[in-house]
Ligand binder design. Structure first.
Ligand SMILES: Cc1cc2nc3c(=O)[nH]c(=O)nc-3n(C[C@H](O)[C@H](O)[C@H](O)COP(=O)(O)OP(=O)(O)OC[C@H]3O[C@@H](n4cnc5c(N)ncnc54)[C@H](O)[C@@H]3O)c2cc1C
Length: 425
């Protein structure tokens, strides 16, 4: 009996030790597996980071190899009505040489020789498709109508020229892509892309770039227009919704027409795009925001996002045309603390000397405010039309210009005084 008990105890001991050894072996193997996997993850992350740096280098190398100076001839190879008064133009270089890559959000500057006009008109139009199509550039242009309170003035000069007079086969003078409002495709950070009206174009390029690159980046796309007559590219958005589960698209109608526009079928939200909607629907405010749209839309969204605590560095925006979005007092204060308010600006040709007011904006805005005419095109530092000679003093650039002008002159649309200044204007 005792022998049997001893044998049983020995057996149990053997089984327990075996199990313990087996657990140790399995545990070690598991730990080794986990360590190997985490080493693999680390290597993959490192490789991805190296790839990103290489991608940026490759992009810059390709861009500087292919970029051109001044204006290059482009042919309109396709003109496509998109609805909503917007027409897309597909452009290919007339010399058939390769195109430099661009960043989604950038724009082209056109020099338009419009019949009956004394001098060429300079206008900027955002690239509206993804940079994944190296064989063409696309811009999408809305025909600008007379303001509601001035129905008798002529419609927009250049947009009407594009819509009414230009056709496939016509040749245009185009500057290389430029601009500082763009999405960095090498970053994984989640984004909210917001387009109001024709301000859709640069954020559409960003959306298409994310989708076509196969990126799984979390993307919210908010597109606002008045009603169904203004909406463009619905089929395109429906397809993206079906094919990309990392992208959430919401269409907002600010003025849905009763009996015509149906919520859920035609649009998702029956109001303007607002920060209140974002607060209620985004999981947090922790996104990079890219906005483009009409001035009141931009003013309210930028200040609303700042009020929600979104850091200024995460709010990127572009206004089309003369309108500029004023940052909140914090940003204005920092411009003032640079000391600009104590400077005098003299417009030599016009015989005016005025104390600088930082709240007005750029030197171009300041000149206009004081009745001094300086010619302009893009108001974004790219087209060079507002190039003005500096007779005395120096300027600071609020946004770095596409290509900085030579010493002794400035691009008035993106500069402010750095000292007392005398301009040849
Ligand atoms: C960076 C950037 C990107 C842009 N991207 C796009 C884009 O992708 N798509 C797009 O469609 N636009 C875009 N724009 C806007 C575009 O550049 C033009 O500003 C727009 O097409 C209007 O130009 P226009 O020559 O047609 O109008 P303008 O001739 O400049 O006229 C503007 C307005 O003034 C009115 N007007 C004319 N004469 C008078 C008068 N005597 N008194 C009062 N009012 C008058 C016109 O009726 C019109 O409403 C962009 C602008 C910038 C700066």
């Amino acid at each position: 009996m005792l022998d049997q008990l001893v044998q049983l105890a020995a057996l149990l001991f053997l089984v327990a030790s075996g199990a313990y050894v087996a657990m140790l072996v399995v545990g070690r193997a598991r730990a080794a597996g986990i360590m190997q996997r985490s080493a693999e993850v680390e290597t993959a992350l490192l490789r991805a980071n190296v790839d990103l740096v290489m991608d940026k280098r490759r992009f810059e190398a390709k861009r500087s190899e292919l970029v051109w100076n001044g204006f290059r001839k482009f042919e309109i190879v396709r003109k496509q009505q998109e609805g909503g008064g917007i027409c897309s133009f597909y452009l290919q270089p007339h010399d058939k040489k390769p195109l430099p890559p661009f960043l989604p959000g950038q724009y082209l500057t056109f020099q338009l020789h419009i019949p009956g006009q004394r001098k060429p008109a300079i206008r900027c139009y955002s690239l509206s498709d993804s940079p994944n199509h190296p064989d063409y550039y696309r811009v999408s242009i809305k025909k600008v109508l007379p303001p509601r309170d001035k129905p008798d003035v002529p419609p927009g000069l250049s947009s009407s020229f594009f819509h009414d007079q230009l056709d496939e086969g016509d040749i245009l003078d185009v500057k290389a892509p430029g601009g500082h409002f763009f999405l960095d495709l090498t970053k994984p950070s989640p984004v909210v892309l917001i387009g109001g009206g024709v301000g859709l174009t640069p954020v559409l390029s960003m959306l298409n770039a994310i989708c076509e690159s196969g990126s799984k980046r979390e993307t919210w796309f908010l597109y606002g227009c008045r009603h169904g007559d203004d909406l463009v590219m619905r089929a395109h958005f429906d397809r993206i919704r079906r094919e990309h589960d990392n992208v959430r698209i919401f269409i907002f109608y600010s003025d849905a027409r009763e009996g015509i526009d149906e919520a859920g079928r035609d649009y998702d939200v029956g109001s303007r795009i607002s920060v209140d909607w974002m607060k209620a629907n985004l999981p947090s405010s922790n996104y990079e925001y890219y906005l483009c749209g009409p001035p009141p839309f931009m003013e309210s969204l930028v200040s609303g996002l700042e009020g929600w605590g979104v850091p200024e560095k995460d709010i990127n925006f572009e206004a089309f045309g003369p309108a500029t979005v004023k940052r909140t007092p914090a940003a204005q204060a920092s411009a003032e603390s640079a000391g600009a308010s104590k400077f005098q600006v003299t417009f030599a040709k016009s015989g005016k000397t005025v104390a600088w007011s930082p709240e007005i904006g750029s030197l171009l805005d300041f000149a206009e405010e004081n009745g001094v005419a300086i010619e302009f095109g893009c108001r974004a530092g790219n087209c060079g039309t507002c190039l003005t000679a500096i007779k005395v003093g120096d300027v600071t650039y609020v946004n770095p210009p596409g290509s900085p002008p030579e010493a002794g002159s400035c691009l008035a649309c993106v500069s402010v005084p750095k000292s007392n200044l005398t301009l040849d204007a």
